[in-house]
Design a binder for this molecule. Sequence first.
Ligand SMILES: Cc1cc2nc3c(=O)[nH]c(=O)nc-3n(C[C@H](O)[C@H](O)[C@H](O)COP(=O)(O)O)c2cc1C
Length: 212
Amino acid sequence: MSPIPSTQLLTQLQWRYATKQFDSTAKICPEDWAALEESLILTPSSFGLQPWKFIVVTDPAVREQLKAVSWGQGQVTDCSHHVVFAIRTDVDQDFIQANMKLTAEVRGVPLDSLAGLQKVILGFLPNVNVQEWSTRQAYIALGNFMTSAALIGVDTCPMEGIDPAQYDRILGLEAKKLKTVVACSAGYRASGDKYANLKKVRFPKSEIVSAV
Ligand SMILES: Cc1cc2nc3c(=O)[nH]c(=O)nc-3n(C[C@H](O)[C@H](O)[C@H](O)COP(=O)(O)O)c2cc1C
């Protein structure tokens, strides 16, 4: 027996939708919010490097400013928690070294034993566009967050309809060596959100999934 029956998983994945109207009076309780923050932290990343930070915006005044640079989307101000997914711009040798140190500490292994892994990472990163690679990692966190939210009955709206440069300015992210890539509002749907009842539009499985 799986921890969560597959029927329940599918019910929640059907239940979720990109929420357009949040009930501004409904707040996510601290326990559920703590679990959702953990879902961000527990997100897997390439080499486990976690090249991201998540900024949870609850201040109404800041949210008003963000709404103005989010195509005026009301979710930003009406949701319970608005999360900004940012990538680190300091994914360099020091950052990788810090990551190795943390791994050694947490797992109780000598730092030396990670020298091989460190070498592989240092060989890999110069061959990729690091910010683009980091962005891909951040989107894994977005997916993890939305699915986790759906499983505990929390609504979300992922948002690319934002001006990332303006988010960076409003939140002072450049000085923190961070860059906005995407955002996600979380909370509870308003009863009148007509999008909640729309049928899901997806290509048929036969066109999308194949086996060899
Ligand atoms: C990365 C990403 C960015 C999105 N940006 C927005 C957005 O800015 N505003 C919005 O209302 N919906 C946004 N959406 C929602 C999509 O339009 C929606 O997920 C898609 O149409 C499928 O519908 P469903 O999520 O309700 O099943 C975004 C979705 C994703 C995955």
